[in-house]
Design a protein around this ligand. Sequence first.
Ligand code: 5RP
Length: 210
Amino acid sequence: MKLQLALDRLTQEKCFALIQETAEVVDIVEIGTGVIKEYGMAIVRDIHKQFPDKSLFVDMKTCDAGRHEAYQAFEAGASYVTAMAFAADQTIQDMLLVAKEFEGEIVIDLLNCSDPARVRALYELGARHFCLHIGKDMQSKGDTSVLSHIDLVDGLDGVTIYIAGGINLERAHYLDATRIDVAIVGSGITANNTPRIEAQAIRSVLMSKS
Ligand SMILES: O=C(CO)[C@H](O)[C@H](O)COP(=O)(O)O
């Protein structure tokens, strides 16, 4: 199972410092939606320039203007770009076409999606990367159910499954490596006083399962 570092609600300086510190330990670096809203595609370009060997997951959370937003992110250096599951089929199809052009991937964010039929429909459109996700606001209400959302992607062949929302060292132990391919960890690393050591510890747990 891969480890993805999510950089959310952080300054540019802090983002660069965290990547510098954890680059050797994490497989994918996520540039979070709030960071993108603050700094735009410039920060994606700058991170790509400084860390050209790191795969970048650009959390656009696109729900419309799919072609335009996918181009923005892939041209800036993204390997992965997110789209919301509730977006129109046309938006998803447009994004998948752009991803093909750049040899990148569109990751469907399943935030607030509880309908396996919608997930199956997205699969039929060509989506192969899906992210099970409990957002910050529901986490703050005590929702820790993300591990049980795996049913949403039951029966889909050849997919890559990500999990996000409150994953930390403790919860990493409960991830099912036969179903989940990428563990996304934000504050579980970024809010830790020793982020590299914490990332290393989480990575060890994930490696022991893979
Ligand atoms: O996409 C996100 C927020 O929308 C976060 O990247 C994701 O939830 C991981 O952060 P954390 O581990 O702090 O919950």
